[in-house]
Design a protein around this ligand. Structure first.
Ligand code: 2GW
Ligand code: MN
Length: 295
């Protein structure tokens, strides 16, 4: 089955409903347009046989600033159970509270790197500054030490296997609240003054800012461009409606991802039990916004 993304509705929901074991959408750019070939299953043994001998290092970046340090323990502990098990994983933790990083037993070949960063006052700045910090860490360290990099929110827990099938050149994550909405309902930045502007009628999916990844080179291009665009907007006195998530959506519209993960790779506990897909691999936890966000 393939779906042309020139239709007015992405129809992802229909596809998810009819093929509830979909893991991801493999995307190919074809001369006829942008198509998604839907893969229903993954042959795990075949994939392992391809990826294991490559001796890959997967870096993951996670920010735990201020009160968000409380989410780190469960994120790390569940990642050890489910995230890229048997691969070398380097957790890059950005925090203003280095001494509060929990100690978690790591499997062989897996490491934690802690990066001390200042605490910014506005939450919009904390969220958006991730692009710049990821850019810097790639320049200083990761371009030598990792093959792939996945950038994730900390307020989430793994519940089920999240494996090599997620690896690809440039990977976007469908937002768990938007897969069943039509393009005109996506909360893209709609003001032409912003560099994140997406005109009405355009757009493939609504991607979540809480998860994106790919090869280090591709993610570097992404974060660099988003950081530049965030800076350009700041100089013009405008802030995109969903900060770096708006810029990410702009980037992935004009630089097509090679793989798009279905919402089972990032669900939201607030949405409750899903009848759309069989498993939930990673899910945003419930949080008391007023409490964690107060300074
Ligand atoms: C503080 C006050 C308000 C909001 C966030 C924060 C905050 C965020 C913080 O005090 N400390 C901190 O480390 N963060 C990091 O930013 C942390 O890694 C967190 O997971 C991430 C995003 O903030 P979060 O989880 O509160 O955002 P969500 O899950 O409600 O929202 C989505 O939309 C955001 C738009 O700015 C981002 O794109 C995010 O990635 C999305 O999941
Ligand atoms: Mn979050």
């Amino acid at each position: 089955m393939s779906l042309k993304l020139t239709s007015t509705k992405t129809n992802i929901y229909e596809i998810l409903k009819s093929n509830y074991i979909i893991l991801y959408f493999q995307v190919t750019l074809q001369t006829t347009g942008y198509n998604i070939g839907v893969r229903k299953t993954v042959d795990q043994k075949k994939l392992d046989a391809i990826y294991k001998p490559k001796n890959l290092t997967i870096a993951t970046t996670v920010f735990a600033i201020g009160k968000y340090i409380r989410f780190l323990h469960d994120f790390l502990e569940t990642a050890e159970k489910h995230f890229m098990v048997d691969f070398k994983v380097h957790y890059h933790i950005f925090t203003d509270k280095s001494h509060e990083v929990p100690s978690v037993n790591l499997a062989a070949g897996r490491k934690i790197f802690v990066h001390q960063v200042p605490k910014l006052n506005r939450w919009q700045d904390i969220s958006a500054s991730r692009m710049q910090m990821i850019q810097t860490i790639i320049e200083e360290q990761l371009h030598r030490e990792a093959d792939y990099i996945y950038c994730q929110d900390v307020d989430a827990k793994f519940h089920f296997r999240w494996g090599a099938e997620s690896l690809d050149r440039l990977v976007g994550q469908i937002h768990p609240w938007y897969y069943d909405l039509s393009r005109d309902q996506f909360t893209y930045e709609r003001r032409p003054e912003s560099t994140a502007y997406i005109p009405p009628g355009e757009g493939d999916f609504y991607y979540i800012g809480a998860m994106f990844g790919g090869t280090v080179d591709e993610v570097y291009k992404l974060v660099k461009r988003c950081h530049e665009n965030l800076e350009a907007d700041k100089a013009n006195g405008i802030e995109a409606v969903w900060q770096e998530e708006s810029h990410l959506n702009w980037y992935l519209l004009y630089n097509k991802p090679s793989k798009i993960l279905s919402p089972e790779y990032l669900w939201d506990d607030k949405r409750g039990k899903t009848n759309v897909q069989k498993v939930v691999r990673l899910s945003h936890v419930l949080k008391n916004y007023a409490e964690v966000r107060e300074n």
